[in-house]
Design a protein around this ligand. Structure first.
Ligand SMILES: [Zn+2]
Length: 275
């Protein structure tokens, strides 16, 4: 039997396909190395410029509930690297919030060089909030009150883990955790100045007086609205409704008694921070 002849045309088409595959392979290998090099050299910048996502590299659900390490998040900055006065080392905020607060602080000091504004609390992740909440949960264990009453009592001033605005890096506390500090002397000068001027720099006070639900008034807690308004909306979109937080894996002492009314506390903030 004669062997089938292989025509020169067959040989050419075979080597052409091989050449095309080689070129494609080289192209993808090059692409891969370019991507790898960019990520290695500029991780934060590259990820942020590629993605309009404010949460990356964390998922929105984990970011909004504080389940990440703020110290290694590319959107955060250590306040130790800024000129913002702090009560201790190790405070972090979103870069945008830190930049805006520094502008505000410098303008305040022009008018009141003798008065100091210090950040005393900043971003707190889920585990830190859980530790605070569980300490309060056990401290209030005595007495005949049920779990719901105990949870409501703690929620007057402390948010439950997974629901705190302090998870987002947009919110912080200044000078004192006592409302009466801001009702006389330097405290009142700071408070009145911030109420009059804070909004020009993007700041609002979520726990204002006169709300009928949610946490009690906090004259020390301020929020960077250009980001926190979006985070509030996204939190609500993701977690409002029966059992949503529980489904997402949020658990802590007393969670069964409090998760069902979590969204009431997240949403009951000043209109100034919502609109
Ligand atoms: Zn606070």
């Amino acid at each position: 039997m004669r062997k089938p002849r292989i025509s020169p045309d067959h040989i050419n088409s075979g080597s052409n396909s091989f050449a095309v595959i080689t070129v494609l392979l080289r192209f993808s290998v090059n692409q891969f190395f370019t991507m790898f090099l960019l990520l290695a050299l500029f991780p934060a910048e590259y990820l942020l410029s590629e993605s309009p996502d404010l949460y990356a590299p964390i998922t929105a659900k984990n970011y909004l509930t504080g389940r990440f390490n703020p110290q290694s998040h590319p959107g955060m900055i250590s306040l130790d690297k800024t000129a913002i006065p702090v009560n201790r080392k190790g405070h972090f905020l979103r870069k945008e919030a830190s930049d805006a607060f520094l502008l505000l602080y410098k303008d305040f000091k022009k008018e009141h060089p003798e008065i100091e504004i210090k950040i005393i609390s900043s971003v707190r992740n889920f585990d830190q909030q859980k530790a605070i909440g569980e300490k309060k949960w056990s401290a209030n264990a005595s007495g005949a009150t049920g779990h719901t009453t105990r949870a409501r009592y703690i929620l007057k001033y402390s948010s439950m883990p997974g629901t705190s605005r302090h998870h987002w890096g947009t919110d912080f506390d200044i000078n004192s955790l006592q409302n009466n500090y801001f009702e006389s002397g330097s405290g009142k000068i700071i408070f009145d100045w911030l109420e009059a001027n804070g909004a020009k720099y993007g700041f609002c006070r979520p726990y204002s007086a006169g709300r009928t639900k949610g946490y009690m008034e906090e004259k020390w807690h301020w929020s960077y609205k250009p980001l926190s308004k979006k985070f509030t909306e996204e939190w609500t979109k993701n977690f409002k409704g029966y059992g949503q937080l529980k489904k997402s894996g949020i658990r802590f002492s007393g969670s069964d008694a409090s998760l069902d009314f979590a969204s009431e506390y997240v949403e009951s903030i000043s209109d100034n921070c919502l609109n």
